[in-house]
Design a protein around this ligand. Structure first.
Ligand code: OXD
Ligand code: MN
Length: 588
């Protein structure tokens, strides 16, 4: 009898008509064959074998350089279950429309069947996915980002308990590109893109969109969060999980070199993008990083912003859409102060300034997590790590203080629900364009965001020792548009206070928003920062918050009656604490 996997593979082969089928075992020999095939396709090249051994540069189709949210759909039977913040397609319609794009799509290509494990082997958190793809670049990337091959195949055996993900490059025409999620069947279909989150189906598609629906049904959380451990001078490590919208420095935060290392505060990386969290028998919430690698934005990465990742990506790494030096080394804007001569740009042309940057702004590195010098010794602990605190953050030129702590879980969920990030800097003193992004999950929640907030509220009730919830903002600016806080390694000062508060220590002062550090409670030794700047960083401006409450009201109103009343209640309570009168339609 054929296994469920074999049945699906056969059915897919009948549809896509590949030249050949390869079942990936994850071995080194197989990887060499896949890399050779990738190079043969003509868009990938080995880099300098001395300075970047076993590294490759890949140039994607110039029309295919980022996740395409507008072409990403949740195909739940009812539109309401996808909610107002997701694109929705009827599952029957979706199949009818997209199936023809897979028909014969692999005719001249090899079909790779890639079983993979999200999460460490032997963990109750871990889940199996199988990606079928016709792209050797995707296979090579999946090998870095997940645990592929035998480790997953053997665990799966004859079981049907896996998330199937069908991927084909198709013809790469954005007109014929679809990234579909069928939450009922726990199925993914992606066609027309070979890039990142569109094509490495274990990442955003499975570990966030599909996993968030599984998590809701099963009582856990699948979150767009980094996880780090802060080691204190006594050797104790406390773990923090943090959600930040894309392009807010999550990877750099997770991998930071602490500015307080000499004082004994060190940061250990567990994960940089996704966390799966479950209540543990010990009464706390435990987290794993389901991924095995980092898929980070290259431009702006340098020895000041992320020295650890620079060290990690000197071997066994893939670079996508970066520039290249004559020595065949990868290069991107911000890597060093001086731009090397005779660069090749990300499209493979000799670089000239008129053509824009040498690296595409969304150029990426793909690097095995185990190669990072800062990787936590517990990053693959099957039991996960206990989370002491959540931090929610965004890019806010004004409004949000450097750090504040919620009054309780319900208020903390409200803080997560009202997260936002500005698309433009507020140099003129005006508030930039604000994109509301609850828990940084706006593009990644596989179901109605109102139900997602309800799920968060419920989970809190089930954890005897829930993590404390904080909001941070590294991006506050002064009236001249200059950043008030230095960021990067100095952020450890804030993390230190967060951990102290989570442990019931650390002095705080109450504001209408929640608790901010009391005077002297943040360790500022060795930092040139004026007391006036510190005051501004922690300031709560009722005018700004009036605007903010209006904006959140507009956002929440989209969810109508489905919005949990607790969120409306927190909105009303905050308005009252600020002495403002703004209320949600749904307020009873
Ligand atoms: C990512 C993203 O690629 O959040 O991680 O966009
Ligand atoms: Mn992300």
């Amino acid at each position: 009898m054929a296994t469920p996997l074999q049945c699906w593979v056969e059915e897919t082969a009948r549809l896509t008509r590949p030249k050949k089928i390869v079942f990936c075992d994850g071995s080194d020999e197989e990887n060499e064959r896949v890399l050779a095939e990738m190079v043969r396709w003509g868009r990938s090249f080995p880099l300098n074998p001395q300075t970047y051994p076993h590294c490759y540069l890949h140039r994607s189709d110039p029309r295919d350089v980022a996740r395409t949210e507008q072409l990403t759909f949740i195909c739940s039977p009812r539109k309401d279950d996808a909610g107002p913040t997701n694109n929705w397609m009827d599952p029957v319609e979706a199949r009818k429309k997209v199936r023809p794009l897979f028909q014969g799509a692999m005719r001249d290509r090899t079909m790779y069947v890639v079983p993979y494990l999200m999460g460490p082997p032997g963990s109750r958190f871990s889940r199996i996915g199988v990606e079928i793809t016709d792209s050797p670049y995707v296979v090579a990337s999946m090998r870095i980002m997940a645990r592929i091959g035998k480790v997953a195949g053997e665990l799966l055996g004859d079981s049907a308990d896996f998330v199937p993900g069908l991927h084909s490059l198709g013809d790469l025409d954005p007109e014929r590109r679809f990234i579909l999620h069928f939450p009922e069947e726990r199925l993914i279909w992606s066609v027309g893109s070979g890039y990142g989150g569109n094509a490495l189906l274990g990442k955003k598609c499975f570990s966030l969109r599909i996993a968030s629906t599984m998590a809701r049904q099963e009582g856990w959380l699948a979150e767009h969060m980094m996880v780090l451990g802060l080691e204190c001078p006594d050797g104790k490590v406390s773990y923090i999980a943090g959600a930040f919208p894309s392009a807010c420095g999550k990877t750099n935060l997770a991998m930071m070199v602490s500015a307080l290392e000499k004082q004994g505060y060190r940061v250990w990386t567990v994960g940089d993008d996704i966390a799966w969290l479950k209540p543990d028998e010990d009464g706390t919430l435990h987290a794993i990083n389901p991924e095995a690698g980092f898929f980070g934005v290259a431009p702006g990465t340098n020895r000041f912003t992320n020295a650890n990742v620079l060290q990690a990506l000197r071997r066994n790494s893939l670079f996508t859409n970066v520039g290249m030096t004559p020595q065949r080394e990868p290069w991107w804007e911000g890597l060093d102060e001086k731009q090397p001569a005779d660069l090749t740009d990300w499209k493979g042309q000799p670089w000239v300034s008129a053509n824009g940057p040498a690296a595409h702004p969304n150029a990426r590195y793909t690097v095995p997590a185990r190669q990072a010098p800062c990787i936590s010794p517990n990053w693959e602990d099957p039991a996960g790590v206990p989370i002491s605190a959540f931090i929610f953050g965004g890019r806010r030129a004004r409004v949000a203080p450097l750090v504040y702590e919620s009054l309780d879980w319900q208020h903390g969920v409200f803080i997560g629900a009202t997260m936002a990030s500005e698309t433009t800097a507020a140099a003129s003193g005006k508030i930039g364009v604000t994109r509301r992004d609850p828990m940084a999950m706006l593009p990644f929640c596989g179901y109605n965001m109102a139900d997602y907030l309800r799920h968060w509220l419920e989970i809190g009730k089930r954890i005897p020792k829930p993590p404390k919830i904080f909001h941070v903002n590294w991006f506050r600016r002064d009236v001249n548009g200059r950043f008030l806080w230095p960021g990067y390694g100095e952020n450890v000062r804030v993390l230190k206070w967060v951990v102290e508060r989570a442990e019931g220590r650390g002095d705080a002062q109450e504001t209408p928003l929640g608790f901010v550090p009391a005077k002297g409670a943040l360790t500022l030794e060795g930092l040139q920062i004026k007391p006036r700047a510190m005051k501004e960083l922690l300031d709560v401006d009722p005018d700004d918050w009036g605007y903010e409450l209006e904006d959140t009201k507009e956002f929440f109103d989209e969810f109508g009656d489905r919005l949990p009343p607790e969120i409306a209640e927190e909105h009303r309570k905050l308005a009252r604490r600020l002495g403002l009168t703004v209320s949600l339609r749904t307020v009873p």
